[in-house]
Ligand binder design. Structure first.
Ligand SMILES: Cc1ncc(COP(=O)(O)O)c(C=O)c1O
Length: 391
């Protein structure tokens, strides 16, 4: 057994696909400490710099003092604490939906929700670049699964025609993201909504990398495009721009009641820590405030600066034109991507390489993320170092 895994690990190493944990010995922020050295961090999803924000820390501390550390039980038993309910009602108000439900992570939200929406002999049509959590949720549902090429509306349309013909009367669920996690581009939401309506399908939209970044008060792409009422299931995470931890689903009251009854990752898991729910609530309140909107606009200043300064060579123009806080620097070869990441680390920047299976084989990249907490000189320094290190 041992040998078997050793061989498998060796095979990964030989293809430059092995992964290792690095210890970060400081709080999240534009700078982090590794082995006693400070690095400028261009790899986190803490887009608004809230992960170590005093207001979130204070909210968590107050909740710890009142509710302790653990939730003690699942929500349906005795773990349904006031911070969870306050968070859900704030989330629903902020997102403009009837109701919301929190999960212990975005991954758990996807894994619980998709199989609650569709089952065997229903159909899921999912974008090729969707996040692993959505793919895993789709597989777990047992529904017939068809993948459409990234943002390819014509192909989706033909899949919808096929599904309507072959699975008449069954549910058809279209699954996509508003901002794609490894490419930073956006879904053509208006056209997707038009298609899903025409075919009577349901639409699940993962707003993980859009909330806090896009739309009025960071409410995401559906809100930005005024399509809130047309997206059946709005999924997101509290772990990225909101600086806390956990996932959520926003939608109709009936949808949320159904998930409370059927989403297994919600039912069979201890409720999220109350302090984390309280911190997420502070983040939602902040985003909904004028100060939150100011922070979001500051993030966009930083995004535009990065867009202007990054050398064009590694950027896929079509995919990276400042549509989000994510800049994929495509290298291709896995080993070359590791080497570039190492060169940047030598220069004092943390931008780990992203490789298969997170992205396709031969599509390795540096996933550069910019946050509102970065200072201009830090962004300039990164871009200069990249310029020096690319052939
Ligand atoms: C698009 C997308 N959806 C869902 C998730 C999962 O969210 P969480 O980190 O809260 O589990 C991620 C996290 O990387 C993501 O990028």
């Amino acid at each position: 057994m041992e040998d078997l895994f050793a061989e498998d690990l060796e095979a990964l190493r030989a293809r430059s696909l092995d992964r290792h944990l690095r210890e970060i010995s400081s709080a999240q922020g534009p700078e982090v400490e590794i082995a006693g050295r400070r690095f400028i961090n261009f790899s986190s999803n803490d887009y608004l710099g809230l992960a170590n924000d005093p207001q979130l820390r204070e909210a968590a501390t107050v909740a710890i003092n009142e509710f302790g550390v653990g939730a003690g039980a699942s929500r349906l038993i005795s773990g349904n604490l006031s911070p969870h309910l306050r968070l859900e009602s704030a989330l629903a108000k902020w997102k403009g939906t009837e109701a919301a439900l929190c999960f212990s992570s975005g991954y758990a939200a996807a894994l619980g929700t998709i199989p609650a929406l569709v089952g065997k002999s229903d159909v899921i049509l999912i974008d090729k670049l969707c996040h692993a959590s959505l793919i895993d949720g789709a597989k777990l549902s047992g529904a017939v699964l068809r993948v459409f090429p990234h943002n390819h509306l014509r192909k989706l349309e033909s899949h919808l025609e096929w599904a309507q013909r072959e699975y008449a009367g069954k549910r058809i669920l279209v699954v996509t993201e508003s901002v794609f996690s490894m490419d930073g581009d956006r879904a053509p939401l208006r056209e997707l909504v038009e298609l899903k309506k025409r075919f009577g399908a349901l639409l699940t939209l993962d707003e993980a990398h859009a909330v806090g970044v896009i739309g009025p008060n960071g409410r995401g792409l559906a809100a930005a495009e005024n399509l809130n009422d047309d997206v059946d299931v709005q999924m997101g995470t509290l772990s990225k721009a909101l600086g806390a931890n956990g996932g959520y689903i926003c939608g109709s009251r009936t949808l949320i009641e159904w998930l409370i009854n059927r989403a297994r990752s919600f039912i069979y898991s201890t409720a999220p820590a109350p302090a984390i729910a309280a911190a997420a609530l502070a983040a939602v309140d902040f985003l909904a405030s004028p100060q939150g909107e100011e922070r979001r606009l500051l993030l966009w200043e930083r995004i535009r600066l990065m867009q202007g300064l990054l050398p064009r060579a590694g950027l896929n123009e079509e995919q990276s034109g400042a549509r989000s806080a994510i800049f994929p620097w495509i290298v291709g070869d896995e080993e070359a991507a590791l080497n570039l990441a190492a060169a940047l680390q030598n220069g004092g920047f943390l931008v780990p390489a992203i490789r298969y299976p997170t992205v396709a084989k031969g599509a390795a990249r540096l996933r550069i993320t910019v946050t509102a907490a970065h200072e201009e000189p830090q962004i300039r320094a990164l871009c200069e170092t990249i310029e020096r290190n690319v052939p």
